[in-house]
Ligand binder design. Structure first.
Ligand SMILES: [Zn+2]
Length: 389
């Protein structure tokens, strides 16, 4: 756990929500079949139509993948390019104007890219999870917690959350990239044809990006990636610090979004699978006052305490696998076997969430959680520049 998950600087939040409001308004009016000049970047007007067209959800939103060589950021359509952003990053966009995409950068700022300079994937619009859901169409966003100077929790041996979380998320993506067979009793996953390869899996940061994936991401950006992608599930990967007690079982916690339907079911399933995966490992486990699936409510607003859950619009969770601050659990997290077991559990939990109506285990009611006095400094955020040749 960490303070990084709480809100960031207020000006950024206000700027982001103002842009979101404009984008949402643009989406709302286009859904009504009406264009309005109130959205300042709508400059063309379609001919009047006697019949209202079916609203085309999501055509204006999606993900831009920055290819080798980077991509230029512009301060407006056909205006000035001011920065070349690093290859291998993803830029969510929530609005499109002709060839121009209004993107959110990892520093939570908006900018423009030309669609010809990036690879785009339009927002998915899948049916709700449940029996019969087509996994080969699934869109998943995985979020390795922390990055760069935000190390997250660090163990007594020096192992950092930011590195472990990235490795686990990449293992989950690897599992989803091909078809698998699963022994649901033991949790064993082997190549097979029982579970198809997932349609699309996006990581908010990965080794194709700057500094081999060790770079800074804002909280608003992380949820915006999931929202723009139209993810069927959004899973942020973390490990915990500062336990309260010694426990008989791993002190895993999975935080669910109270405002996004299905999040508690997703959390319960991932929690159940984590316990299965970790049952073959041994440590002097530690935990907090509650184990299992949890939700924290900001008593001042009644919203989710955690910013990335508050902003996400799909089933969303933050997974806190084990306590990296404890020597025995840190030692496990240092091994590929334990990281794979963690990844296996996340994979199985998501498969069950999407393709069944199972409920999982260990779901606690939401708790009131007073805001921490301490927050992340939030001083600056440097966009990753494409190195010059
Ligand atoms: Zn964390």
């Amino acid at each position: 756990m960490d303070l990084q998950l709480a809100g960031r600087g207020r000006p950024i939040l206000i700027a982001l929500s103002a842009v979101s409001a404009i984008a949402l308004f643009a989406i709302a009016v286009s859904a009504l079949g009406v264009r309005s000049a109130a959205a300042e970047y709508v400059t063309t007007f379609p001919p009047a139509q006697t019949q209202q067209p079916e609203p085309e959800a999501s055509v204006d939103a999606g993900i831009a993948f920055v290819p080798d060589g980077g991509a230029q950021l512009w301060d407006g359509p056909d205006r000035d390019a001011y920065f070349t952003i690093h290859e291998g990053v993803v830029l969510p966009y929530m609005h499109r104007q002709g060839d121009w995409l209004l993107v959110t950068t990892m520093c939570n700022e908006t900018s423009w890219v030309n669609a010809a300079d990036v690879e785009t994937q339009e927002q998915a619009n899948n049916p709700a999870p449940g029996p019969g859901f087509d996994l080969s169409e699934a869109m998943i966003v995985l979020d390795p917690g922390h990055g760069d100077r935000d190390w997250g929790g660090v163990g007594p041996g020096g192992l950092s959350e930011k590195a472990v979380n990235l490795d686990i998320a990449e293992r989950v993506r690897e599992l989803m990239s091909v078809s698998q067979s699963v022994d649901w009793d033991t949790g064993a996953i082997t190549p097979g044809d029982e579970v198809p390869a997932f349609g699309s899996v996006i990581l908010t940061r990965d080794r194709n990006g700057p500094n081999e994936g060790d770079f800074e991401l804002g909280l608003g950006y992380r949820s915006t990636v999931a929202n723009a992608a139209g993810a069927d599930a959004f899973v942020s990967i973390h490990n915990n610090t500062v336990p309260r007690f010694n426990t008989d079982i791993p002190g895993s916690e999975v935080y669910y979004a109270i405002g996004a339907e299905g999040s508690d079911r997703l959390a319960g399933l991932i929690y159940q699978e984590l316990l299965l995966s970790f049952s073959s490992f041994h440590a002097d486990w530690t935990g907090g006052e509650l184990l299992g699936a949890r939700a924290r409510i900001d008593p001042d607003t009644g919203d989710d305490y955690y910013g990335i859950l508050r902003r996400a619009t799909m089933p969303s969770v933050i997974v806190e696998g084990v306590y990296i601050s404890e020597p025995e659990e840190e030692a496990l997290l240092a091994t590929p076997e334990f990281r794979q077991a963690y990844a296996d559990a996340v994979y199985r939990g998501i498969v069950r969430f999407l393709s069944s109506d199972d409920n999982g285990a260990g779901v606690n009611d939401p708790e009131l959680f007073p805001l921490d006095a301490g927050t992340v400094s939030g001083n600056g955020c440097d966009l990753p520049a494409q190195p010059s040749e």
